[in-house]
Design a protein around this ligand. Structure first.
Ligand SMILES: [Fe+2]
Ligand SMILES: [Fe+2]
Length: 295
């Protein structure tokens, strides 16, 4: 179990991002729209639809390179691999590093816990401790699965960290990314195997916070439907899964988020990489609490 000191260190160690490594304080950068690519459930090492998850991911990267070269940063919300083993994770990393997108953020999903531990994730990607990233008045919070098991469960220390982080960033637009979703929001999150625990404490924290968007994966699309998006009070919940054809999804899908300085909403567009098209019926306008500014 992590001690409290480590979590305090992480809270103060939040990263500040600038688009594509440029000076984030330049006027050109702060007035430029941001594009962020969000995906989940790549399942490298599992083949369905005639291709391994790593191949579906590679094709999706090519699709985005052709159509959206100006992505500022990307994120993968768990189940990067199917079995959590070293080669599967290296296949993910090789494709990621060849994507043309310089900055990536990941969380561990339940499939990273091969043999009960996420050793390769922690060695090759990052710690499974929660972390945050600040981009102007956007705060991104990333919550990895912290132990093996299909259900997601935050440790008491991670809950304390999250509560303190949400309080610290009141007055900013907060976006949370996790593998499992929040109970009773998007599809299947009524099931204990599909939502984060402790559900009651998480709900209480959200109600007091400025979380405008909570994104997750874990429940793969079958196909994508309106049940993958839900709005409760000031928070929009989106299940972004899945990149892979694993579990009969029939297509490789993700979300492209567009942020414009001064805007009071984020536009989230559902991409089908197999056909290189967007699904207009699932374009989501995410209301913000504060007009967007970048650092
Ligand atoms: Fe998955
Ligand atoms: Fe999962």
């Amino acid at each position: 179990m992590k001690n409290r000191r480590q979590f305090i260190k992480m809270t103060t160690g939040a990263a500040v991002v600038g688009a594509l490594g440029t000076n984030p304080s330049s006027a050109a950068e702060t007035s430029k729209p941001r594009k962020t690519w969000v995906m989940s459930d790549i399942h490298c090492g599992y083949s369905e639809g005639g291709k391994d998850g790593a191949e579906w991911f590679s094709l999706a990267c090519k699709d985005m390179q052709e159509e959206h070269k100006d992505i500022s940063y990307a994120m993968a919300l768990g189940d990067l691999t199917h079995g959590g083993n070293e080669q599967q994770l290296k296949n993910y990393i090789t494709t990621r590093d060849g994507s043309g997108i310089k900055t990536w953020y990941e969380v561990a999903g339940n499939h990273e816990y091969h043999g009960g531990k996420a050793d390769f994730f922690t060695t090759l990607i990052r710690s499974t401790d929660p972390y945050s990233v600040i981009d102007g008045n956007l705060v991104w919070i990333f919550l990895s699965d912290q132990k093996a098991g299909v259900a997601g469960e935050l440790t008491p220390e991670a809950c304390d960290w999250l509560e303190a982080e949400l309080a610290k960033h009141k007055g900013k637009n907060i976006i949370v990314c996790s593998h499992q979703g929040v109970k009773d929001t998007t599809i299947d999150t009524d099931l204990s195997s599909r939502h984060l625990a402790p559900a009651d404490r998480i709900a209480t924290m959200i109600a007091k916070s400025d979380v405008v968007l909570w994104m997750s994966g874990h429940a793969h699309h079958k196909p994508y439907s309106a049940e993958y998006v839900k709005r409760v009070e000031n928070t929009t919940y989106i299940n972004v899964a899945s990149m892979s054809h694993a579990y009969k999804t029939g297509s490789s899908q993700s979300f492209l988020l567009e942020f414009k300085p001064g805007a009071k909403e984020i536009i989230a567009r559902r991409r089908i990489h197999d056909t290189k098209t967007f699904l207009p019926e699932f374009e989501v306008k995410v209301p913000l609490l504060y007009p967007l500014t970048f650092g």
